[in-house]
Design a protein around this ligand. Structure first.
Ligand code: FAD
Length: 500
């Protein structure tokens, strides 16, 4: 530590999405208060996936003063209104998890209660008819609306994203060092990390170290050995193969998650190309079959060789230990089903900034950070497990296995509460709001046995008027929206031709 004990020298190990997101945010927020150094190895490279995001990234970019159109142009990004889940409840059916609210909630009860009551009175329009983002996605339309009335996120090129952030971080004073970390040196007295020793012999000292070395977790695990909570018994997929293809049609404003016999496939449309991948559980599907499944289903010219990635779902037991914080894949991974990894990076960074020590690092800050970050991860884990556990699929050994598995008690409670009463409660700063849980639980096949009595209060004509008005507003707003692909070209077109 320096004389004032301020962690002035912040060293970021790793330059993937996590590393450069951290560098950009710290350099911009702290300015000259801290010297941010990032070390990365081009020879090792990055994981090369991570292209679908969720709405809080919009706010994150605004905090950092990033111009949205510039950012989207630089990352070949498109807008995302949610995820289309295909074949999850049963093969051949789909439901949409949108980023928006549905209908109109009452303070005492969410809209699903009124919708369920409406079913008993002959209002048979699907729940989805009342959601603007969902209907806009179905229609392939998008525009920014006044007062941010449309919730959205981005689908972006992860390599270009890291490059964009690097430009920003370096302009704000981050020092980048190219090199391979050969050794993490600990202080013999405190047990803190003292320095990173590169293969070149260069030694990088620091006060605070951010481990962004991806699955390698060189600092937090390699040197500090904090341990890993393995969640593969709840999230058994352990492999993915990714490939990029040329676009064959204008991009849709949503990501597709298509279940198959032992996992699922993603399709992420960007401006210039499409990201595709297959996620699977190797106990139930071989690599060659998974690869064939991917290659035979993609459209458009293949632009790169398939990238095979193995992972173990779970979380590092401590996200912050001594003077080291894990950000990104070094902290854990829960598979990309709801595009939550970049968001966890974002949350960790905001927490680091909020809890930046004024003097010596406080164990209370560390405990608070770990508690908050771990709570996020557990809540996201439960939401992901829901997609596998609640399904009518029994057609393959994988689906029979996941539908029969034990799940965390916290998830059982949430499922059963919804099944019995239609209620969902959001705890702490839980990422997924009531409407997310409702859409996925109903989409996966849970129809609540009862609903809140307050819904019965609406007289028939009031209900007919409310439902009619809500549907009408959605339909009229969607009809006035431009086609998503056209809007993207006008707003942030990256000048790369996309086949019409
Ligand atoms: P990496 O990209 O692996 O970066 C690690 C860095 O550390 C690299 O720069 C590397 O060079 C460096 N490094 C490692 N060892 C050394 C060393 N010895 N010396 C020097 N440098 C070193 N997230 C989403 O939000 N949305 C998605 O749609 C999504 N899809 C995904 C799909 C799959 C199949 C997987 C596996 C992940 C997905 N993710 C997704 C997660 C997302 O890819 C990551 O959260 C994100 O890319 C951050 O990765 P990272 O920076 O932690 O690690």
């Amino acid at each position: 530590m320096t004389a004032t004990n301020l962690p002035r020298r912040i060293v970021i190990a790793g330059g993937g999405t996590a590393g450069w997101m951290t560098a950009a945010a710290l350099a911009r927020t702290l300015g000259p208060v801290a010297q941010v150094t990032l070390v990365e190895s081009e020879q090792i490279g990055t994981i090369g996936v991570g292209e679908s995001t969720i709405p809080p990234l919009v706010a994150y970019n605004r905090i950092l003063g990033i111009n949205e159109a510039d950012f989207m142009r630089a990352t070949q990004a498109t807008f995302k209104l949610g995820i289309n889940f295909e074949n999850w409840r049963v093969p051949g059916e789909a439901y949409f998890h949108s980023f928006g609210g549905t209908g109109k909630d009452h303070w005492s009860a969410g809209f699903q209660h009124f919708w369920m009551n409406g079913l008993t009175r002959g209002h048979t329009a699907p729940y989805s008819e009342y959601c603007l983002e969902l209907k806009a996605a179905e229609a392939g339309r998008f525009a920014h609306l006044p007062e941010d009335r449309m919730n959205y996120a981005y689908q972006l090129d992860s390599g270009l994203y890291a490059r964009f952030l690097r430009g920003m971080a370096e302009a704000d004073g981050t020092k980048r060092i190219e090199g391979k970390i050969a050794q993490v040196q600990l202080d013999g007295e405190t047990g803190n990390i003292a320095a990173l020793l590169l293969e070149s012999g260069k030694r990088i000292e620091g006060d605070l170290f951010i481990d962004c070395t991806g699955f390698r977790a060189l600092l937090i695990e390699g040197a500090l050995r904090v341990g890993y909570d393995d969640w593969t018994h709840w999230l058994p997929c352990d492999s993915a193969i990714a490939i990029q293809t040329a676009s064959v049609r204008p991009p849709v404003p949503y990501t597709r998650a298509i279940a198959h016999e032992a996992g699922w496939q993603w399709r992420i449309p960007l401006q210039h190309r499409q990201g595709n991948g297959v996620v699977y559980c190797s106990d139930f599907l071989g690599h060659d079959v998974a690869l064939e499944k991917l290659l035979s289903s993609v459209e458009g010219e293949k632009l790169v060789k398939p990238n095979h990635i193995r992972f173990r779902t779970g979380a590092r037991r401590k996200q912050w230990h001594r003077n080291c914080v894990a950000v990104g894949l070094s902290g854990g991974f829960m598979e990309p089903l709801e595009s939550t990894s970049i968001h966890l990076i974002q949350r960790a960074i905001l927490r680091i900034v909020r809890m930046l020590p004024a003097g010596a690092i406080s164990q209370r800050d560390i405990d608070e950070f770990n508690d908050q970050q771990f709570t996020d991860m557990e809540q996201i884990r439960d939401f992901l497990v829901l997609h596998y556990k609640v399904t009518d699929r029994r057609d393959t050994p994988f689906w029979r296995h996941v539908s029969a598995m034990d799940v965390p008690e916290s998830l059982t409670h949430k499922i059963e509460l919804f099944r019995e009463t239609g209620r969902v409660f959001r705890k702490n700063e839980e990422l997924f709001a009531e409407n997310s849980w409702v859409q996925v639980m109903m989409g996966q096949g849970i129809m609540p046995q009862s609903h809140h009595p307050v819904a019965a209060k609406l007289r028939d004509e009031e209900m007919a008027h409310l439902f009619g008005t809500l549907r009408d507003q959605v339909a009229r707003t969607v009809a006035a929206l431009p086609v998503h692909g056209d809007y993207v070209v006008r707003y942030c077109g990256a000048d790369v031709p996309v086949a019409a």
